[in-house]
Ligand binder design. Structure first.
Ligand code: SF4
Length: 357
């Protein structure tokens, strides 16, 4: 692997060693004026991750300066993500780095994919159709992929080995990369660095806020997202961060959102960040739950949610209900009562105001 590869796959162990061999320290990266271009690219990297895709540069010939800048922008982008210290950003950033690598890996030759895999202690064999890897490695790589086709029972296994195509292997590597990038984030950043990074953080904070609020925009006016039960809020936040949901949670979240009045298209927009998003398949599934086949499905009860491990961080309201929809109804009822109360208070005060006149 050369410096160009380190710049494009900067989480590889050799890349860190190479940066150290250049005499580069975090202190220099954050403080030196000569590092400004790398810092700007680091910020751009995080902003691109928030909006959905990190664009990797095309290196022509031996563009040494550009290659070095790209390589050093990675540790700086990690510093910025750590300064913000937001779990949504950590997940989104890690996913974007991994997806950008996946897109490049698909285009590389099998030997290069094997070299990258060895950095993760995965040692497949090449065959005519792609790669053959031990089922234990396959399980480690595919454990976070929820789509049915990744389940081990749905793969052909021979003598303990699973065969995958080159593209599938690149997709599996994406999962290992995402986990590695996410590890140790957020890092402990000294206060001095946080202060020095402040000029790069403002745009990131507002872009992040905008991205998080997108779901609560006026198009969902009638849907009060802040009243959702913890299980649904958690599932939505994971979906927006591009984390694949278990099939049962995907069903529960979709049925919940449809029942409270969200449209099929709005729900599809929500799923669009999922790594395995397939618009046609997703539309079919959401429309099916919405009742296209004649049955309108409702979300499962809390006890079913618990059985499938989908009940997440139940709060005080959860103790009083047995169904996620009742959680929402109860909170809506209290909100209406509160606004009624404040309207009544205003009414009783009004005559006095009139008297004052
Ligand atoms: S108790 Fe019910 S509503 Fe509350 S988090 Fe669990 S499944 Fe969701």
């Amino acid at each position: 692997m050369d410096e160009k590869d380190f710049a494009l796959y900067p989480y590889i162990s050799g890349a860190g060693v190479h940066v150290k061999s250049l005499g580069m320290s975090l202190d220099r990266l954050v403080k030196s004026r000569a590092m400004e271009s790398a810092r700007i690219r680091g910020k751009e990297r995080v902003l691109q991750a928030i909006s959905g895709e990190i664009i990797k540069p095309n290196f022509s010939g031996s563009d040494e300066q550009k290659i070095l800048l790209e390589l050093l922008s990675y540790p700086f982008s990690r510093i910025l993500v750590s300064c913000i210290d937001d779990s949504f950003l950590v997940r989104r950033y890690s996913l974007a780095e991994a997806v950008a690598s996946y897109k490049l890996l698909k285009t590389r030759d099998p030997d290069f994919l094997m070299e990258i895999a060895s950095d993760f202690d995965v040692y497949p064999d090449k065959n005519e159709t792609g790669f053959k890897l031990h089922f234990s490695s396959y399980i480690r790589m595919a454990s976070t992929l929820k789509a049915i086709e990744w389940k081990l029972v749905n793969r052909k296994m021979k003598h303990g080995n699973v065969t995958v195509s080159k593209e599938e292997f690149a997709r599996l590597l994406q999962e290992l990369i995402r986990t590695r990038v996410e590890n140790n984030l957020p890092m402990n950043v000294p206060d001095e660095f946080v202060h020095l990074c402040e000029p790069y953080l403002t745009d990131i904070r507002s872009s992040l806020e905008e991205r998080k609020n997108k779901f609560g925009d006026s198009e969902f006016e009638s849907v009060e997202t802040d009243l959702f039960p913890p299980c649904i809020t958690h599932a939505i936040s994971n979906t927006q961060a591009g984390v694949n949901l278990a099939h049962s949670m995907r069903f529960a979240m979709t049925a919940f959102l449809l029942t409270i009045g969200m449209s099929v298209d709005d729900i599809l927009n929500l799923f669009a960040a999922s790594p395995d998003f397939d618009i046609e398949k997703a539309r079919y599934q959401v429309e099916h739950i919405a009742g296209s086949s004649g049955t309108h499905y409702t979300p499962p009860s809390c006890s079913t949610m618990q059985t499938y491990g989908n009940c997440y961080a139940p709060d005080a309201v959860c103790k009083k209900i047995s169904h996620p929809l009742n959680y929402y109804r109860r909170k809506l009822w209290f909100r209406k009562k509160d606004s009624q109360k404040s309207a009544d208070n205003t009414m009783t005060k009004m005559p006095e105001k009139t008297k004052d006149k």
